[in-house]
Design a protein around this ligand. Sequence first.
Ligand SMILES: *[C@@H]1O[C@H](CO)[C@@H](O)[C@H](O)[C@H]1NC(C)=O
Ligand SMILES: *[C@@H]1O[C@H](CO)[C@@H](O)[C@H](O)[C@H]1NC(C)=O
Ligand SMILES: *[C@@H]1O[C@H](CO)[C@@H](O)[C@H](O)[C@H]1NC(C)=O
Length: 244
Amino acid sequence: MNNNKSLLQFCGRVLLTVSIVSGATLDGNGKIFDITHKISSESPIFDSKKGLGHFIWLVSSIKNGSKENASKFELGTHTGTLVDAPSHYSQQYYEEGFDVTTLSLQTLNGKTGFISPALVVDAPRNHNITAEVMKSLNIPRGVHRVLFKTLNTDRRLMHKTEFASDFTGFTKDGAQWLVDNTDIKLVGKSDAAPTHRILLKSREIVPVEGLNLEGIEPGKYAVYCLSLRLVGADGVPTRCILTA
Ligand SMILES: *[C@@H]1O[C@H](CO)[C@@H](O)[C@H](O)[C@H]1NC(C)=O
Ligand SMILES: *[C@@H]1O[C@H](CO)[C@@H](O)[C@H](O)[C@H]1NC(C)=O
Ligand SMILES: *[C@@H]1O[C@H](CO)[C@@H](O)[C@H](O)[C@H]1NC(C)=O
């Protein structure tokens, strides 16, 4: 009798455990947030007022008598939502071949079978991400993947064709603080050159830029980023999703 009861309790616990674990997988509760911006002719590009412009065209078209429609496109490697490779800011890493194909899938997607949670954190809107700000966010050690929601999201900068040079991002001391005092390997953010060098130096940190975090509540998610394997590329537009 007692045995049966504890067996039941045991089964109950197993079921509970299984449902918690499966609830954390990709198709758990079916909720997928697309945090990738669309790439269109109006997309902003670095330092330009006019945006991306015409970037895709038909090379064979049904209208012109072809059997199929097929297009070509031309994009900078740092267009839209994207990841950076170590070769982006280092001649040495470029020569050594640390292109986007060398980025860790583990870092970009977490451990297989289990979620390795990613945090979406609300960064203060009245500051860039300085060492002080990083300290105040209290991101625990052991957290490997963090997406920083900043004023850029509120300003909808990725929806504006004209590039805004006053975007919010990491300051040098903020980036250095992240490298020295956290275990973060995936950094979802957007900012300027000098901090990239700091983040990319170890070749372990992958910056993901231009994420669409509109409507995403701060909290714990699974994040998946998949990039094309473009040999020689120092960055590449990337599809990123969150699951709750
Ligand atoms: C289709 O034909 C027109 C007229 O010759 C030409 O201007 C256009 O570039 C062609 N488009 C494609 C995709 O071949
Ligand atoms: C194929 O291209 C023609 C232009 O040549 C366009 O009108 C048509 O919508 C395209 N079809 C598809 C399926 O994209
Ligand atoms: C962040 O720094 C940029 C300069 O890189 C500046 O234009 C902007 O105003 C700063 N933003 C905030 C919120 O302090």
